[in-house]
Design a protein around this ligand. Sequence first.
Ligand SMILES: *Cc1c(COP(=O)(O)O)cnc(C)c1O
Length: 375
Amino acid sequence: MKFRDLGRQYQALKPEIDANIQDILTNSSFILGAKVQELEEKLAEYVGTNYCVTCGNGTDALILSLMLWNIGPGDAVFVPNFTYFASANCALLRGATVILVDIDPRTFNMDPNDLEKRILRVLDEGKLTPRVVIPVDLFGLPADYDAILPIAQKYNLKVLEDGAQGFGGTLHGKRACSFGDLSTTSFFPAKPLGCYGDGGAIFTDDLGTAEELKSLRAQGRSPEDKYDNRTIGLNSRLDTLQAAILLPKLKALEEYELDAVNQAAKVYTEQLQDLVTTPLIKDGFYSSWAQYTIQLPAGTDRSALQSKLKEHDIPTMIYYPRTMTQQTVFSKQYSDSHDHLVSETVVTKCLSIPIHPYLEENEILTVATNIKRCI
Ligand SMILES: *Cc1c(COP(=O)(O)O)cnc(C)c1O
């Protein structure tokens, strides 16, 4: 069994993907171009924003956003303590200070109460200016924007939604990647919408912002004259081939993949909820299930369980084995390691099990049965 079976997805979409790739080869147009523009329009339409600007990967999408807002030294950027490192790396690269926020134990997403507590602490200390909050839509589930957006507004923070894992999720019917002042996603192959290499995108409602981002992704060149560079930027583009691959994949995501992966999650939850802590999807939320992450009962030997499952051909992963505060990069800033109790507990007992839209019911039951037997 595969953890995320991209081969099955390719078999399902092969005729369209192959034809699109062949087209690109025949036309010899490899960077940006009409296909990328078509994709940007379709992505914006799907997400429900006015504009989408693609770029080289999800990390660049975050960096470009912080560049646009001129975030740098002296600025405080609030990031959940349980996420992939890129969510914080973008702010560190800009020279800003990352303030790590604890999470909700059942959704794995940023805890809004802890966010406000830490904003007040920064204001109280008076050394940094709170500028940005980066809520992450972890494992496919939108962050708690009902609570986070008013807090951001109250303290005049920009919201940068890290939707790298959240594409396809919704809150009150509104799609992920539309909640931030800027929102980003990643097309890394294993994400809910993945390409066959690297890719990323930024979403905005503002035309001027979209134009600025297009300039920043092209070394800061001026829109009028491509050999006049008005500022410094990145070189971060989406390959035309990746756009040609993403177009049919976006269609499949919308037409049936999200339904299928939610059905898989439902069966897991029915099977496992009496035995382990299953992920909680609160009312009004819909997940795109980038991961299905359970929390094991106290006393369970996680690595022994992983080995036993592996013997039955069931792959598992630990997303994530460390909190941000436990990363070496943060060891100076966060020497008091017991200030993020929820995330520090979650990393000791979380286990992600296989999930994707092409997982069959009998496979889901096999995974569930083996977990039950092994615990
Ligand atoms: C994958 C990921 C990113 C980075 O995306 P890349 O395309 O790999 O650069 C950022 N944030 C989160 C939460 C991610 O999971």
